[in-house]
Design a protein around this ligand. Structure first.
Ligand code: ADP
Ligand code: ZN
Length: 458
């Protein structure tokens, strides 16, 4: 069936009273009864385990060491017998030793940003690329994007999976894709206007930068723009950040989840009910574990997300420890999808700062900053080690134009208010420096919210 037929055939659900319109790209797989889905998952798991055992020396050794053979995987729960894969393992096997296919069958390579050390390299066969486009088609369709939409894709093109992931997904559903990439924000806003763009895709932090640019260019999103949807992902988007983007750009925000190790974006999608991210469970098996003990947690408990790729050919991964903190929600969703949801992803376990003995996540700080009207969504957390060897932090945050115009008194009042609110949430006295609007560096992709000076002061 062609893309246009798919949409024209009325195969998608019609909105009933009180129900939202939910477009579903791959109804067969996305709404599969759980029993059939679990049967498919088990078949695929058995296949991928065999593939890993026979084709990837790392897994062969690991499984031998645990005394486990592919034929020992008889139920889905048996996944817990398999070895974990960590980022560290991928680094040790850099660049290609984890691949299960010879290079002649690898059609493309991508890599993560690799902020610390060597990047993670993802390899894709032609089939993998096809699966990726299909999964991205699910993500984009779930947000309500159709062939009638013009999608300005501001995710970075290149080694980063964001740009090309969204590109091929939008192309797959038949939308008009504008491969604008990150940067040149003023020009991006102009193109939205001139092209009549209806959809924007970018990191949430870059969407904020573009919203700010629209304001600066005197563009009124209601009157001058046709944008209606923003697809965001690649970093946490707090509810406050979401509200900010929705308000400033007059769009509905849909979050998306993915990681280079598992393919890139396309792992998780948000439906119009906005209550967590559906994981494409026919392609990824998920577990949450206690990050300390490695023990599997019952669904619903908060823990570290562990993902096994069920269909990848070139670069299959067993029990990859994502380091993302989340909760799995297995309740059925009103949209009709049967795939379970990640209730929230509020950062990586390794994002956690320990300040004066208190665990602090950058997203907690962001939530407080954005709940106060005196501030812009632009901040940096500078972490340092004080003379008594305790970690200390200072938050640099931009106030709004109005607060800045009102003068130093108003800025000091805003600072006090923020300090008070942060104390309520974190139980910590924090050093805060309120700076003028547009003085902190803007991101074109993932925002770098934490500047860590500890290494230097060692
Ligand atoms: P890098 O590891 O270099 O940042 P990736 O693009 O592969 O490269 O990053 C994947 C990570 O980005 C995920 O493991 C997760 O921490 C984060 N991420 C991706 N999407 C989301 C999202 N929707 N919400 C929160 N975090 C996200
Ligand atoms: Zn749903």
């Amino acid at each position: 069936m062609s893309v246009l037929e798919k949409f024209a055939f009325g195969e998608q659900s019609k909105p009933a009273t009180g129900k939202k319109e939910c477009l579903i790209w791959d109804r067969e797989h996305e709404t599969m009864p759980r029993s059939a889905l679990e049967k498919l998952q088990l078949e695929r798991l058995q296949k991928v385990v065999e593939r890993c055992y026979n084709k990837v020396p790392f897994y062969h050794q690991q499984m031998d060491a645990l005394g486990i053979r592919p034929e020992d995987i008889k139920t889905l729960a048996d996944v817990s017998k398999l070895p974990f894969t960590t980022k560290h393992d991928l680094r040790d096997n850099y660049p290609f030793a984890m691949f299960a296919e010879p290079m002649r069958n690898v059609a493309r390579l991508h890599a993560s940003s690799g902020t610390t050390g060597k990047p993670v390299v993802g390899g894709y066969t032609k089939n993998d690329l096809n699966t990726w486009s299909e999964l991205m088609a699910r993500v984009i369709t779930a947000a309500g994007v159709t062939p009638d939409d013009i999608v300005c894709n501001s995710f970075g093109y290149g080694l980063f999976t964001g740009g090309m992931g969204f590109h091929y997904g939008a192309e797959r559903i038949g939308a008009t894709i504008v491969p604008v990439s990150g940067g040149q924000s003023k020009r991006q806003v102009m193109l939205w206007q001139d092209f009549g763009a209806t959809v924007l895709s970018s990191t949430p932090s870059y969407a904020c930068v573009l919203a700010e640019q629209a304001e600066e260019s005197g563009v009124n999103p209601v009157k001058d723009l046709k944008l209606r949807i923003a697809l965001v992902g690649a970093e946490p988007c707090t509810p406050q950040m979401r509200a900010e983007i929705e308000k400033k750009l007059n769009v509905e925000v849909f979050d998306t989840y993915g990681l280079t190790e598992l393919m890139g974006p396309g792992v998780g999608l948000e439906c119009p009910y906005h209550d967590g991210l559906h994981i494409c469970e026919d392609h990824f098996l998920m577990e949450t574990i206690d990050p300390e003990s490695g023990e599997v947690l019952p669904p619903g408990s908060e823990g570290e997300l562990v993902l096994t790729s069920l269909t990848k050919e070139a670069f299959p991964l067993l029990r990859f420890r994502t380091r993302d903190r989340t909760r799995i929600n297995q309740e059925p969703c009103t949209c009709g999808r049967t795939h379970a949801r990640l209730q929230k992803i509020d950062g990586r376990t390794d994002d956690m700062l320990i300040i004066k003995g208190v665990n602090v996540f950058p997203t907690q700080i962001e939530t407080v900053i954005l709940s106060l009207p005196q501030f812009e969504p632009q901040y940096v957390i500078v972490v340092d080690r004080s003379s008594n060897f305790l970690d200390d932090m200072e938050i640099l945050v931009e106030c709004t134009h109005d607060v800045h115009e009102a003068g130093e008194g108003a800025m000091e009042e805003a600072r006090k208010k923020l300090a008070h609110e942060l104390h309520q949430v974190l139980g910590l006295n924090t050093r805060i420096k309120v700076v003028a609007p547009k003085t902190l560096q803007r991101s074109e992709g993932k925002a770098k919210r934490v500047v860590d000076l500890r290494e230097m002061s060692k």
